[in-house]
Design a protein around this ligand. Structure first.
Ligand code: PLP
Length: 402
């Protein structure tokens, strides 16, 4: 059976070049980057080279890159680090965090943990197209606001947020801006100066790098308390012996992403558009969610009326197609996705939503195969639905939102 992986927003395959770059540091180059001897110096040189590669991808200075264990740690460091640093300066007044209702759990749950510590948090809602209005961010700011955190690309919808405009507002109002760019780095051009961000999170495994390693861009002069306490690694921003092979892998992945550039994005967007058009043209009652005019090239989020998303994912998997639902399974009970709820989807719509995300290994043949599986699975599941009446379908036409 053919297997087609369309879940690249969950994770991506390791690029062979990345694996080759990492290998020496898992074998003979095992030194501790803090050691003074030759073993240590070899590891240190590799870490610093990787730092330069990551900085180049973001248009940052190498000294502004802090290696972490991934996107979750970068997000937590940004939120707790900036808020705690501000609290120390605010002489008893409580700082405020302004974020959005569609952030990844690494930000949403960190923000809720801050709320429990008495920090005021505003969750700005996006429009029904999954895009946050910069004016809403502006309105949410108070003199106590110590951090704005708005993701660059949404992991479920793929929608790109107007970070540059929010960056200008943040700079005008003198509030640091953090962006979770875990889904956008390596897929769309990133320039931390143009974006006006002080903090930016990224993760290697979303860009054909290894799991368990990422980085936080911290603009020079940004006040940030560390999340962990230990040695003086990473300029006192993040203690712990460096994950040398992982960092080398991240560096190589950054280098590859920069070399591939926009050509690869255009190729992937064309495949995604063909997938979407193929679905919309052959399957009735399907809606594309999120602004199609400002999305990652790789992502398509679709609601298939009268199809249960979880059942779709399982049935597609049995035919070799990997995709995911828009809803997350939280502590055993199926809660509809907070992102789909925030853009106004009903529970029923959210539960009928599937995300397809393409990547560097996706081919034309993959799309042909996926289209066949998707049509067959949707039809089969609808035939089992007591609510679905085939004849009523003609009364509808497929709609595109945004
Ligand atoms: N932020 C976003 C937008 C993500 O999509 C993810 C991963 O799913 C993360 C943060 C967490 O990254 P990591 O898996 O490296 O902890």
């Amino acid at each position: 059976m053919r297997r087609v992986y369309l879940d690249h927003n969950a994770t991506t395959p390791l690029a062979p070049e990345v694996f080759e770059a990492m290998k020496p540091y898992l074998l003979n180059g095992f030194g501790n980057a803090s050691s003074v001897h030759a073993w240590g110096q070899e590891a240190r040189a590799a870490v610093e080279e990787a730092r330069e590669s990551v900085a180049r991808l973001l248009n940052a200075e190498p000294s502004e890159i802090v290696f972490t264990s991934g996107g979750t740690e970068s997000d937590n460091t940004a939120l707790f680090g900036a808020i705690e640093a501000a609290a120390a300066r605010m002489a008893g007044r409580k700082p405020r965090l302004v974020t959005t209702a569609i952030e990844h759990p690494a930000v949403v749950n960190a923000a809720q943990a801050l709320e429990k510590r008495g920090i005021a948090v505003t969750f700005v809602r996006p429009g029904s197209d999954g895009v946050v209005d910069p004016a809403e961010i502006d309105r949410a700011l108070t003199p106590e606001t110590a951090l704005i955190s708005v993701m660059h690309a949404n992991n479920e919808l793929g929608t790109l947020q107007p970070i540059e405009e929010i960056g200008r507002i943040a700079q005008d109002r003198g509030v640091p801006l953090h962006t979770d760019a875990v889904q956008s780095v390596g897929k769309v051009p990133i320039d931390v100066r143009k974006m006006g961000v002080r903090l930016l999170s990224l993760s290697a495994h979303k860009v054909n790098g290894p799991k368990g390693v990422g980085a936080l861009y911290v603009r020079k002069g940004t006040s940030l308390r560390p999340l962990l306490y230990g040695g003086h690694h990473e300029r006192d921003r993040r203690p712990g012996t460096e994950n040398v092979s992982g960092i080398v892998g991240l560096g190589k992945a950054a280098e590859l992403a920069l070399a591939k550039g926009q050509e690869e994005s255009v190729r992937i967007a064309a495949l995604r558009d063909r997938l979407e058009a193929g679905i919309l043209n052959t399957i009735p009652l399907v809606t594309v969610n999120g602004a199609t005019s400002r999305r990652l090239p790789s992502t398509s989020n679709m609601t298939f009326a009268f199809v249960q998303g979880e059942a779709f994912v399982i049935a597609a998997d049995l035919r070799g197609l990997g995709c995911s639902t828009g809803s997350a399974c939280a502590s055993g009970s199926l809660e509809p996705s907070h992102v789909l709820s925030a853009i106004g989807k009903t529970k029923e719509e959210a539960r009928s939503t599937v995300r397809f995300s393409l990547g560097s290994t996706t081919t034309d043949e993959d799309i042909d195969y996926a289209l066949g599986v998707i049509a067959e699975v949707a039809q089969r599941l609808r035939a089992l639905s007591p609510l679905y009446k085939g004849e009523s379908v003609d009364a509808y036409s497929n709609a595109r939102l945004g």
